[in-house]
Design a protein around this ligand. Structure first.
Ligand SMILES: [Zn+2]
Length: 570
């Protein structure tokens, strides 16, 4: 492709709304343009990246024996009602009405639609196992769409669903997909990790996430350097390295004035205790009920664990009005005793055995001292509600855990009978007995991988695409288009590379060299061939974008050299 014939619109400045690197560089490099919040156009460069991704995913899914289908984006409410998710999915499900007032969902995932298809088409054990997948646009009504392709309202996913005769078969299907995902992310040139995860709105018994490792990742990953344990911090069950102990005799509870002291650190310093001696009382609205979650002052509540423990659909912090009604005090002074209208009091096990704690006093500018669980308040349940952090102990081997950051790009679930039972997806076994299909489901955020690849591979000048995902593998850059010798050599090399099947872009613009170099670095082509003064000596400069390595290559060797680099995956 010639630069002058494609539509590449690079920007000099970062768009104001772009908060993270991948969003900035996708906009500046001319890959995407915003249409509305969380909704984007993919320009030719962006589309090429997506097509490369889709090709890798498709090849590996096909290799694994999965069959490609195409399911509708619009799905009738009745299917979602059958599974119970019309109510349970919450506000993220886009819902629309047709002219006859019938309700539909814009699919965020397709368990209901595929289960409906399978119950209508699969009759016999002979048709199983079957794994059906599609590559399609998905919708999610995000509270706050942001971060470009990382958290959109409309995005491209590969979703796959396996149906097996029994648990043993389902386990095998899951393992095949697990291995397929490893091959896919490896081929994309990404550094990634498979971790144990929470199953969230999809449900099911067990799931693993595939995380692209990046400092900017939204997800925390707890990993054990000593064994293979790795889990999303939402799910990780790190044991406390420093459990609470009853070190002192119980003292009577008292209220003390703590004017102007709000944070754990301020209150601890004022009362001359450590943050560990404090207990935070957090009030939440769980599906309309006010509940309390109590945790040691030096730890944080993990809202995913709390939501799962409560089996809640929607969990949000309680409103100031709800807090006032429950504690009699304004926000910031809640304590665990004497709460009104609170249906459950859940206590993190970091407070197991703790005595003489400092808590909110349920009065403005007051805290309580010498509060002891069991005496001053009775937890409904004591369980692990914490965010795991570095130094917590591995649940498998007891060694301290490390913490990394990652971006979720894939998720594989063991669903079991959740959907086949609710929607009656059954088949006849060898003995003519009716049995339910055992299901698994497997997603890959195709458009999100593009963003994740950038978060993992960039520098101050722009993107460093992994070869497999780059819109073009090589850019040819004649420094002076008016120099006939340089231009002629660039044209010849362009034709030869094209004939060799290499993805090549010829920057034939009549632009200053500085502009061309900047654009090439910004867009992030893995290889750049510069046709400058050394053309007179039959030499072409080859630069690797990822390492910055530069070498002079004789004209006669350049095509073979590029082909060899691409063959080797660079
Ligand atoms: Zn371990």
């Amino acid at each position: 492709m010639r630069w002058s014939r494609t539509l590449i619109d690079t920007l000099k400045e970062n768009p104001a709304e772009a908060e993270i690197v991948s969003h900035q560089l996708l906009m500046r490099g001319g890959f995407i343009r915003k249409v509305a919040a969380g909704i984007y156009d993919y320009l030719p460069l962006g589309r090429r990246v997506l097509l490369k991704l889709e090709a890798i995913v498709r090849e590996e899914m096909d290799r694994a024996g999965a069959l490609e289908v195409l399911l509708p984006i619009l799905s009738p409410a009745e299917l979602w009602q059958e599974s119970g998710r019309w109510e349970k999915y919450g506000a993220e499900l886009f819902r629309i009405r047709d002219r006859h007032d019938r309700e539909f969902a814009l699919g965020p995932t397709h368990e209901e639609v595929i289960t409906d298809l399978v119950r209508k088409t699969v009759k016999s054990y002979r048709q199983l196992p079957v794994n059906l997948y599609q590559m399609h646009t998905k919708f999610r009504d995000e509270v706050r769409p942001r971060f470009g392709l990382m958290r959109c309202r409309e995005f491209i996913m590969k979703d796959a669903y396996s149906f097996d005769r029994d648990e043993v078969g389902a386990e095998k299907s899951y393992q095949i997909m697990f291995e397929t995902y490893q091959r896919i992310f490896k081929r994309c040139g990404l550094r990634f990790k498979a971790v144990e995860a929470d199953s969230g709105a999809i449900g099911g018994s067990f799931s693993s996430e595939f995380m692209v490792l990046a400092e900017t990742g939204e997800e925390g990953i707890a990993t054990c350097p000593a064994c293979s344990y790795a889990a999303n911090t939402e799910k990780a069950q790190g044991a406390l390295p420093d459990p609470s102990q009853a070190e002192a005799a119980l003292k009577p509870r008292e209220l003390v004035a703590t004017p102007g002291k709000h944070t754990v650190e301020e209150v601890a310093a004022f009362l001359n205790v450590t943050p560990r001696q404090l207990a935070k009382t957090m009030l939440y609205d769980a599906d309309g009920q006010v509940v309390a979650a109590i945790i040691r002052g030096d730890r944080e509540i993990n809202e995913v664990k709390l939501k799962n423990a409560l089996n809640a659909v929607n969990l949000v912090l309680a409103s100031p009005e709800q807090i006032k009604a429950a504690t009699g005090a304004p926000v910031g002074f809640a304590g665990p005793f004497g709460l009104q209208g609170v249906t459950q009091v859940l206590m993190d096990d970091s407070l197991q055995g703790a005595v003489n704690l400092v808590t909110g006093g349920n009065q403005a500018d007051m805290h309580a001292v010498n509060v002891t669980p069991g005496r001053d308040f009775t937890p409904t349940r004591v369980l692990d509600l914490r965010l795991t952090r570095a130094g917590d102990l591995c649940p498998r081997c007891g060694k301290p855990l490390d913490l990394e950051r990652g971006i979720e790009v894939g998720h594989v679930f063991k669903l079991g009978l959740k959907y086949s039972e609710a929607m009656h997806a059954a088949f006849l076994d060898e003995a003519g007995q009716e049995k339910l299909c055992v299901m698994g489901c497997y997603g890959i955020g195709v458009s999100r991988i593009a963003a994740a690849a950038i978060e993992q591979n960039y520098d101050e000048f722009g993107i460093k695409w992994p070869l497999a995902l780059a819109p073009y593998a090589v850019v040819l850059l004649p420094v002076a288009p008016k120099d006939p010798a340089a231009m002629a050599m660039a044209e010849d090399v362009y034709a030869e590379l094209q004939a060799a099947g290499v993805d090549v872009l010829l920057d034939d613009r009549e632009e200053r060299a500085g502009v061309k170099f900047k654009d090439a670095d910004l867009i992030g082509f893995p290889l750049r061939l510069t046709f400058g003064k050394s053309v007179a000596e039959n030499l072409i400069e080859l630069k690797h974008r990822s390492t910055g390595q530069v070498e002079m290559v004789p004209r006669s060797e350049v095509v073979a050299k590029i082909k060899a680099l691409i063959q080797a995956g660079i």
